[in-house]
Design a protein around this ligand. Structure first.
Ligand SMILES: Nc1nc2c(ncn2[C@@H]2O[C@H](COP(=O)(O)OP(=O)(O)OP(=O)(O)O)[C@@H](O)[C@H]2O)c(=O)[nH]1
Ligand SMILES: [Zn+2]
Length: 196
């Protein structure tokens, strides 16, 4: 079912731990001081979660689908997104709005599965554009919907806490597929997304 995605290798916690120790040394810290002793192991545990999506694909989460014969828009708004910018390895975070119109086969997925799908792609080194299109394409592949709209709004900490230092700016990306490309349908979905 769906297109095959590259599956990452096993998560190597020991290697992450060694790399974090090396990183601390490289920035001039002492990884053997009291407060940092457990940090490499802690970061290794945390990164397992932060990058868990590398070892998952959409088929792992879009497991439940039902045939309800409903062929109108389904929109889930304000799904929290925490991802990691692949350029600086710092977080970007915000919300995703996912809308789809079931296809003639009428397949509907559980609402929670849409939020899980966001995490499959967010829990990887990412750029926001790719995150957006991967979610849309996964829905197309797995649910065969008549149309899909994915809108993501995020603040990138690489732009807030360092570099250009512009806290509060939000980046909005969208991916639109199928019937949702039609002006009236898209306008209806977007007005629901923007309605706060
Ligand atoms: N298109 C896109 N750009 C991103 C994303 N996350 C971070 N970036 C940008 O990636 C760019 C990397 O630019 P570089 O010039 O290689 O890196 P840099 O010297 O650290 O750049 P500054 O952030 O401007 O200090 C920056 O402009 C970031 O704002 C994203 O999700 N999408
Ligand atoms: Zn960045």
């Amino acid at each position: 079912m769906g297109r095959t995605e590259p599956v990452a290798g096993e998560y190597d916690a020991q290697r992450v731990e060694a790399a974090v120790r090396e990183l601390l040394l490289a920035v001039g810290e002492d990884p053997d001081r009291d407060g940092l002793l457990e940090t490499p192991a802690r970061v290794a545990r945390a990164y397992e979660e932060t990058f868990r999506g590398l070892r998952q694909d959409a088929g792992d989460v879009l497991t439940t689908s039902f045939d309800l014969g409903h062929q109108e828009l389904v929109l889930v708004k304000d799904i929290e997104v925490y991802s990691t910018c692949e350029h600086h390895l710092v977080p970007f975070h915000g919300v995703a709005h996912i809308g789809y119109i079931p296809g003639p086969e009428g397949r509907i997925t559980g609402l929670s599965k849409l939020a899980r799908l966001v995490d499959v792609y967010a829990k990887r080194p990412q750029v926001q554009e790719r995150l957006t299109t991967q979610i849309a394409d996964a829905l197309v592949d797995h649910l065969k919907p008549a149309g899909v709209l994915v809108v993501i709004e995020c603040e990138h900490l690489c732009m807030s806490m360092r570099g250009v230092r512009k806290p509060g700016s939000r980046t909005v990306t969208s991916a639109v597929r199928g019937q949702m490309l039609e002006a009236a349908t898209r306008a209806e979905a977007m007005s629901l997304v923007l309605r706060g």
